[in-house]
Ligand binder design. Structure first.
Ligand SMILES: [Cu+2]
Length: 138
């Protein structure tokens, strides 16, 4: 499994959840892996089931030494149940996550409770970037 070998602890945590689920539920419906390549998120739109836990994994796969960030007002607001793991640098504002910095080869694993009907846009605006992605909980 690519994730296991490539991503260390965070990949292991994700794999535990993915493989620990009942086989009748396709693992991908609970979240997705988003890669960053050439200054954009791939994919840039994700759907997850509403009113359930989901995971967003973001990996910086730039071949050049380009730093990216992950910010999200909706994901990181107070009241959203969230846990952030990974090899990127997690920055806080008080007790809340404010952003995660990702150098090439690093990744972040964001666990959150996706409320039905809500959208969770995420961005990278560091160093003049204008990158956007969105998670929709249906
Ligand atoms: Cu960026």
């Amino acid at each position: 499994m690519y994730l296991l070998s490539k991503c260390g602890l965070a990949g292991f945590a994700l794999a535990l959840v993915l493989f620990g689920l009942p086989s009748s539920s396709p693992a991908w419906i609970f979240g997705d892996v988003v890669t960053i390549e050439q200054l954009s998120f791939h994919p840039d739109s994700i759907k997850v089931p509403g009113d359930s836990f989901a995971v967003l994994v973001v990996q910086n796969r730039e071949e050049a030494p380009i730093l990216h960030e992950v910010t999200s007002q909706n994901l990181f607001e107070s009241g959203t149940l969230i846990q952030v793991l990974g090899t990127g640098q997690i920055e806080y504002s008080g007790k809340r996550v404010s952003r995660i910095l990702l150098y090439p080869g690093e990744e972040v694993v964001i666990w959150f409770y996706a409320e039905k009907g809500r959208a969770y846009p995420f961005q990278c605006n560091i160093n003049g970037h204008s990158m956007q992605g969105i998670i929709r909980a249906s």
